[in-house]
Every structure is written in C-alpha cells, then in structure tokens.
Design a protein around this ligand. Structure first.
Ligand SMILES: NC(=O)c1ccc[n+]([C@@H]2O[C@H](COP(=O)([O-])OP(=O)(O)OC[C@H]3O[C@@H](n4cnc5c(N)ncnc54)[C@H](OP(=O)(O)O)[C@@H]3O)[C@@H](O)[C@H]2O)c1
Length: 385
C-alpha cells in the first residue's frame, strides 16, 4: 500500500471549477456547501439521496444565477454517482457513517480523473482508499477532517524543532451547544467498548475503545479536558511519518456526565452482553441535544508532542481553539484542500500526506478568517529522569 507521503509531483492541471458534495444534507455536508460557496468561486453541487429535502435545506441559496445546484446521489447506486460527476473537478464525500458506505465515489472519481476528498473517520475505509489510490492520476485526500488531516499539520508544527519524536498525544474537545448528527454519533459509538487500534512501541496495538482516560491541557476557555481513546484513521501513518513510538487520540466532550455515561456503556460491550451501541445512536443524540443548553459552541483540537532535542527531553503543544462555531472545525481541511485543488496550488497525485498539505502561514490565515486561534507553546525541556 502506498503511504500518503509517497506522492508524485506533476504540473497542476486546471480543474473544472465545480465541486460535488455528497451527503450535502448532513450536518457537516451543509457546512461544507456553505463554506465552499463563501470561500471559493466554484460552482457547488449538493448531492444526497433526497433531492426534495436538499432543495428545502438550501432554498435560500438556490435559484437563477446561483452557483449552487442539487442532484440525487445514492452511494449504493454507482450509476447515480457516475452521472453526478459529469463536469466536476473536485468531489467531497461527506456522507456517513463511513463504516457503512461503499467506495463508489472513489472508484468513479478515479475513473473520471476527478480529484477526491473525504471526511472519513473510519480506519478501514481510509485504508481501502489509500490502497486503491496508490497509482491514482489525481490527488486523493482521505480523512480530510480533524483526523488525520488537521492534527497531522499541528503535529508537524509541534515537532519541527525536535531531533527525535517519541510520542504524539492527539485530542479534541468538542462543545455540546450544537449536538452532532447521526453520522458522527454512530461513528463515535462504533468505538465504544470495541477493539480499536492505537500506535504503541512503533506498531499498531489493539486496545478497548473509550478506555484509558487522560487529561489534555488546552488554553482558556477550554482548560483541562479529560479524553478517552477512540478509533480513528491515520495513527499508523503519523507514527511512521514522525518516527514516533506512540500516537494516541482521545476525545473528551464538554458535559462530564455524558463522558461518564459513554464510558459506562463500554462495559456491556467488553463483557459481550451488547454487541454494539451503534443502533442506539439516535437515543444518544437526543440525550446530547437535551444537554445542549448546558454546553457552549467552543471547540478545540490539540497535539502534545514529546521527544528529544540536543540530547534533552522536550515537550511541545500546539492547539486550535474556536471560541465560537467550534462545530465548524471539521470542515476546514476539506474546504482548504478544495481551494488548493481548484486554484492549482496542489500539484501532487495519489494519496496526499496528512502532515504536509498546507503551510503554517496559510493555516493561520484560514483560522483567522474563521475566528479560530492557533497556539504554539514553545518546546520546553523536561526532566530526563
Ligand atoms: N475524520 C474526522 O475527523 C471527522 C470529523 C467529523 C465527522 N466525520 C464524519 O463525517 C461523516 C458525516 O457526519 P455528519 O455528522 O454530517 O452525519 P449526518 O448529519 O448523519 O449526515 C450524513 C449524511 O450522509 C448521507 N448518506 C448516508 N448514506 C448515504 C448514501 N448511501 N448515499 C448518499 N448519501 C448518504 C445522509 O443522507 P440521508 O439524509 O439521505 O440519510 C446524510 O445527509 C460521519 O461519518 C462522521 O463520522 C469525520
């Protein structure tokens, strides 16, 4: 399988300025459509299984002269995917949960030489994309959301002064004011109590999902947040890229009670009393919505790196904090990647590397535009003992 660093550089082609968003009626799909319309001059096609619902969702944006149109795509029906890609330069898969989706969008995109982006947070889905895209003639960006694309860039920044990287602790702290939708909640529950993979001692190791809580220190207003291990793509890729012995990812919601409830749900799955809580995603979603009023829209993503510099142990932390609209963070990487693909500033083909797809200054600008704060704590010496 090609690692997403073994990319080939070619002259960037001029891409047709049309972006197809599949799953456009979903929580993140809607945000993608809005940001693509405001951040690019491309035409945007919002695709999903129910066109009438899409027309209702985007009724303010549709109409004569609009850059937005809607079309029907069911990822289980390859002919609808083929038809929707006609005249498209970049496609984005934002449907979910990815655990249940076929690879029809990727197959059709590769056949038609359309640049491909997805927001997958499913490790197996991303692995299949990476394998299939090894010889792709177009750029392929899988997992182009928080994990692994955004944390990859934060990890590169955190470790740039290191001689040796030993560990990367990756973390997100979502706010609860805007409770997540079915796709994200189902995906989260897929990890609860189930075997998941982390990167330890330089290899993939299976542990139990939603276990081993540990705190992460974010800047104010988030502060210290306890997070639990969940299954995500790219830990192995980041481990190999940075030569780290250990890479782990934890998520810690804003309402402590809900975190404790989810970690309690892990036990019946570990004891094999319940196979999985995914069918109960709707119930958990309602619970999160009930507690929404007690939450905020603050969101944060962080990387704490440990390693060695000039013979000493060092530690550095890089964080992105959104004091408002934290729920929009997950679409930033796909929107920025779409911009790069459309303006020809991403000339590579094949799987794109999650740690090296946007310069730090560009990321700063795109965060400032959205009102997000990037913080880089200077690398500090730590006690070698
Ligand atoms: N990598 C990361 O860091 C990261 C971060 C955040 C989210 N995500 C992932 O992004 C995905 C989307 O999340 P979300 O919260 O936006 O989910 P959501 O609100 O439930 O939306 C999912 C959308 O997918 C559509 N869909 C499902 N099956 C489809 C199919 N066969 N063909 C076409 N469309 C289909 C649904 O359409 P219908 O309305 O017709 O059912 C719905 O509009 C989730 O899998 C989530 O885990 C990843």
């Amino acid at each position: 399988m090609a690692a997403p660093g073994d990319v080939r550089r070619v002259t960037a082609p001029t891409r047709r300025p049309t972006v197809l968003v599949v799953g456009a009626g979903g929580y993140f799909g809607r945000q993608l459509v809005e940001e693509l319309l405001s951040e690019t001059s491309a035409r945007v096609i919002a695709a999903g299984r129910d066109v009438a619902r899409l027309e209702q969702t985007f009724c303010d944006r549709l109409g004569e002269g609009s850059r937005l149109s809607v079309t029907r795509v069911d990822l289980h029906d390859g002919s609808t995917v083929e038809a929707a890609l006609h005249g498209v330069g970049v496609c984005i898969g934002a449907a979910g949960p990815f655990q249940k989706l076929p690879q029809t969008l990727l197959h059709a995109a590769l056949a038609r030489e359309v640049a491909y982006i997805d927001l997958s947070d499913d490790r197996r889905f991303c692995d299949v994309v990476l394998a299939r895209a090894a010889d792709a003639a177009v750029p392929v960006a899988t997992g182009w959301s928080v994990l692994p694309a955004l944390v990859g860039v934060l990890a590169r920044r955190a470790t740039e002064a290191f001689d040796v990287v030993t560990s990367l602790d990756l973390s997100i702290a979502p706010g609860n004011r805007m409770p997540r939708a079915h796709g994200t909640v189902a995906s989260l529950l897929a990890s609860v109590g189930r075997p998941i993979e982390v990167w330890r001692d330089g290899a993939c190791l299976t542990v139990s999902g939603w276990s081993e809580p540990a705190p992460f220190d974010y800047p104010a207003p988030v502060g210290r947040r306890k997070g639990w291990l969940v299954d995500v793509p790219g830990l192995d890729v980041l481990g190999r890229t940075f030569g780290a012995d250990r890479v782990e990812f934890r998520v810690g919601g804003e309402i402590g009670f809900l975190n404790v409830l989810v970690s309690a749900l892990a036990w019946p799955v570990r004891w094999r009393i319940v196979p999985s809580w995914v069918p109960c995603a709707g119930l958990l979603r309602c619970g999160m919505a009930l507690f929404g009023r007690f939450g905020t829209s603050v969101g944060a993503v962080g990387v704490e790196a440990s390693g060695r510099r000039a013979g000493h142990g060092v530690r550095a932390r890089v964080t992105l904090v959104a004091e408002h609209d934290g729920h929009r963070i997950p679409v930033l990487p796909a929107v920025e990647m779409a911009r790069h693909l459309l303006d020809g500033s991403e000339p590579r083909t094949g799987p794109l590397p999650p740690h090296d797809w946007i310069g730090w200054d560009d990321l700063l600008v795109s965060c400032e535009r959205r009102g997000y704060r990037l913080n880089c704590a200077e690398a500090t010496m730590v006690d070698d003992g």
